[in-house]
Design a protein around this ligand. Structure first.
Ligand code: PLP
Length: 395
């Protein structure tokens, strides 16, 4: 098909040209004497993106799932009781992993479209005077449903109960895109991956851990090898890795972190809010709704758009791909066919978002939705033009 394929899935996201070029280098010796010149400052830059000043960062040649596993294996013991909640495919998968690894999971079931049930967490933590829970887990941004949860609220619940449990957060589709502050929120393990806010191809599991998590590592009881922090630390301290690192991805990460820090995290969060609001304006104008059940849970990185019952969202996605060379995100598991997703995170601007919205609109019309052409995209444009001077002033 002529023209570019437009990528609006919530990861992998679009890779900036500068980052792509930085990765286009010959193979390198990862044991060369000057290799630490790349890696040592890189660890510091990545920690800045997480806002982590008390601990350290691990970079695995894996994906976000590997960083999930690393967080568990390196801080907890088999049989430890942990508090989790399930409200989408990714919170489901982390809970499933925790159970499969042998943790005793107290799992709160929520409707898909809701977020972390902070009040229920608060009650359970308060009641747990014997401090049986060793960790509390929270999926910051549930990518399957487009729901962002209140991580500071979870921290406050822990503090209010005077509870010492570790706070484990999945920030795979939030960190580097929407507000996240590891230090301020007392997050002990913050999990991410390379292919979303970090604007890289998939292939890195990124884990940022607090000083408290490093302490917990001393008593961790899981067998571990590939993800063992001790091996990483022994090598990383000298700028090396215990096995072959994904050097090209590290080169790309170096540039993408520079870009994130140069734009400024607050500016990035504001940009994502502006772009996401543009999408939500269209959804409202179409007479549809997003999956997030309450505005407090609206995600600024991904919108899951619920289609009317008589329609199958997969037809919209197929039409967008086949007719308009555009990738929209599919519904996962329970919401398969019921939602299509627009990923509006990472290297993204207004022109790209208007493309996503207009293709979604054209595709819905093509497959029989009763939508007047121009309604959704008109609302998006109106939002961007109404708020343009504001963002120009900011720039
Ligand atoms: N957590 C969330 C919120 C995700 O969106 C994803 C992937 O999309 C994952 C975890 C798993 O990450 P990966 O696919 O990189 O293993």
């Amino acid at each position: 098909m002529p023209g570019y394929n437009h990528l609006f899935i919530p990861g992998p996201t679009n890779v900036p040209e500068k980052v792509r070029m930085a990765m286009n280098v010959s193979m390198q010796d990862m044991r060369a004497p000057d290799f630490p010149e790349l890696t040592k400052p890189l660890f510091e830059k990545v920690a800045k993106v997480f806002r982590n000043t008390t601990g350290r960062v691990f970079l695995y040649p894996s994906s976000g799932t590997g960083a999930w596993e690393s967080a568990i294996q390196n801080t907890l013991k088999p049989g430890d009781k942990v508090l989790m909640s399930r409200f989408g495919q990714f919170s489901h998968l982390w809970a499933d992993m925790a159970a499969r690894l042998g943790l005793d999971v107290d799992l709160i079931e929520c409707e898909w479209g809701e977020g972390v049930p902070v009040e229920k967490y608060a009650e359970k933590l308060k009641a747990d005077t014997g401090h049986e829970y060793k960790a509390v887990f929270a999926t910051h941004n549930e990518t399957a449903t487009g729901v962002t949860s209140d991580i500071k609220g979870v921290r406050d619940a822990l503090d209010a109960a005077g509870h010492p449990a570790l706070l484990m957060v999945d920030g795979v589709s939030s960190i580097g895109s929407i507000a996240f502050d590891q230090d301020a929120w007392g997050v002990d393990c913050a999990v991410s991956g390379s292919q979303k806010g970090f604007m890289l191809p998939a292939g890195l599991g990124i884990l940022s851990v607090s000083g408290k998590a490093l302490e917990a590592n001393k008593d961790a009881g899981f067998g571990r090898c590939f993800f063992a922090w001790a091996d990483q630390i022994a090598n990383n301290d000298n700028g090396y890795f215990p096995y072959t690192p994904a050097t090209q991805l590290l080169r790309g990460l170096d540039v993408s972190c520079d870009m994130l820090l140069e734009e400024g995290l607050e500016n990035i969060w504001a940009r994502h809010n502006r772009l996401a609001t543009g999408v939500r304006k269209a959804v409202e104008a179409w007479g549809l709704r997003v999956c997030a059940a309450d505005p407090k849970w609206y995600s600024d990185t991904v919108s899951a758009i619920v289609v009317p019952e008589e329609h199958d969202a997969r037809h919209v996605i197929a039409r967008a791909y086949e007719q308009y060379n555009t990738s929209l995100g599919t519904g996962l598991a329970k919401v398969m066919g019921k939602v299509f997703r627009i990923g509006h995170l990472g290297w993204m601007n207004e022109g790209m978002v208007t493309t996503a919205v207009s293709v979604a609109e054209m595709s819905m019309i093509d497959v029989g939705f009763k939508i007047e052409p121009g309604t959704g995209i008109g609302a998006t444009i109106r939002h961007f033009t109404d708020t343009a001077s504001q963002s120009a002033a900011k720039a």
